[in-house]
Design a protein around this ligand. Structure first.
Ligand code: NAI
Ligand code: MG
Length: 397
């Protein structure tokens, strides 16, 4: 059988370190692939005025599966300042290449599992009835709509007249903002489409059914955001009633959900939400299982294009350390999601078991697992480097 080709997208900062170590882990698990590297990120914005060059889009279009590290994004003005001088006159506007990838390939389904590893010193604990310490087992998968909603990019400051007039035709806008000078108004829209809303809901219910979760929780705010959250809730009710009668649908408000997740996280199974609320609630749950060093994600389109990435960013302050100190687990876990996706489930299970063994044994820990502040001297103080952590996983394999 010919080897599969995987596009690697190291990006910026710590993206490269965690991706390099993850490829070694994949190798040690016996996963054979050809890797081709795609250019993405800040360097390409500075030098070419495009953080997501067409050649990278072509590579992903060809090979369909990509492993992505992280990128650096900066606000509009800073982005402009760092552009190479000959590009400054061109009127280029920076936009995040990862958001660009999601939209270009319609990677509309994003899944973010948050599962407790036994023995992780960062696990969430709470007090029980008798004042005893409880360590609830979190086993949650968040399904986040990945392409529209508040991150859809339809926004204005000082909108054009036609846009402004359209908004003024809405009585609430007229009443609340009609007297505010147009130049002082910024608008970011939250647009939900029926088809994509249905797709994310069904992805969540399908997953719950396939893996035996008893509930799907919609974490939105339908009582206040009546149109978008309201539509999503109505659709969820209908889909559940018609096609998933054995899975319970729970409806929580996103704000209350953020409170509940520290009270009874073990009660939740699959969660589903729009783009921004999905982002928020998945970071919330990630905090219970070890934080950004452990939070992984997969995103895919209906036609099978998929990008796997840790949820963390490029952590620029650690990028230039001579010895990388960041935790590669989130990237390794993301690669396991890739293996599941391409039907290499046994290798994924093997790697997850090795990760679980390393954590439970507790001998090798990165600085975050030792609750240290990230500084170069953490290694001297007993923390494992990125490479040492990968080595520990490889030894278990
Ligand atoms: P970040 O996730 O890069 O880092 C925040 C903090 O989390 C770090 O300072 C570190 O303490 C911790 N951390 C992150 N990854 C870790 C790891 N693997 N092991 C141990 N600790 C880890 O988020 P921040 O600082 O808000 O953003 C930095 C840059 O990354 C920005 O330019 C931002 O736009 C970008 N970003 C990119 C994302 C992506 O590529 N998908 C996602 C989030 C942010
Ligand atoms: Mg996020």
């Amino acid at each position: 059988m010919s080897k599969r080709t995987i596009v690697t997208l190291p990006g910026d900062g710590i993206g490269k370190a965690v991706l390099d170590e993850t490829l070694r882990v994949l190798d040690a698990a016996g996963f054979e692939a050809n890797y081709v590297e795609g250019d993405i990120g800040w360097e390409f914005w500075k030098s070419e005025g495009n953080p997501l060059p067409q050649r990278t889009i072509d590579l992903i279009a060809k090979h369909k599966i990509a492993l992505f590290g992280a990128i650096t994004s900066k606000p509009k003005d800073e982005a402009f300042d760092e552009l190479s001088p000959e590009l400054k006159e061109k009127g280029l506007i920076y936009s995040s290449p990862i958001v660009g990838l999601r939209q270009h390939f319609n990677l509309e389904i994003c899944a973010r599992p948050c599962k407790t590893y036994k023995g992780n010193p960062l696990n969430f604990i709470r007090r029980g009835k008798e004042n005893e310490i409880e360590e609830p087992l979190v086993d949650v998968v968040i399904f986040r709509q990945n392409t529209e909603g508040l991150y859809g990019g339809v926004e204005w400051t000082n909108p054009d007249n036609n846009v402004y007039e359209a908004f003024m035709s809405h009585p609430r806008f007229k009443k609340n903002f009609g007297k505010v000078p147009k130049e002082e108004i910024s608008i970011s829209t939250r647009i939900f489409s029926k088809e994509r809303t249905e797709n994310i809901l069904r992805a969540a219910f399908d997953y719950a059914k396939k893996y035996g979760y008893k509930s799907v929780t919609l974490a939105e705010k339908p009582n206040v955001i009546r149109e978008t959250s309201g539509m999503m809730y109505k659709m969820a009710l209908k889909i559940q009633a018609e096609d998933y009668p054995n899975i319970e649908l729970w409806n929580t408000n996103i704000d209350a959900q953020m409170m509940w997740l520290t009270k009874n996280p073990e009660n939740y199974g699959v969660l589903v939400a729009g783009n921004m609320f999905g982002d928020i609630v998945s970071d919330g749950f990630a905090g219970l299982i070890g934080g950004l060093g452990f939070a992984c994600s997969a995103q895919w389109s209906k036609d099978g294009t998929a990008v796997f990435e840790p949820t963390h960013g490029s952590a620029p302050k650690y990028a230039d350390y001579e010895i990388s100190i960041v935790n590669p687990m989130a990237m390794v876990e993301s690669a396991c999601m890739m293996l599941d996706f391409i039907d290499e489930k046994e290798k994924a299970a093997k790697i997850r078991k090795a990760v679980a063994d390393v954590i439970e044994e507790g001998k090798v820990k990165t600085y975050d697992m030792m609750k240290m502040r990230g500084k170069p001297d953490v290694i001297k103080n007993g923390a494992a480097s990125t490479k040492q952590m990968a080595d520990a996983i490889i030894t278990k394999l």
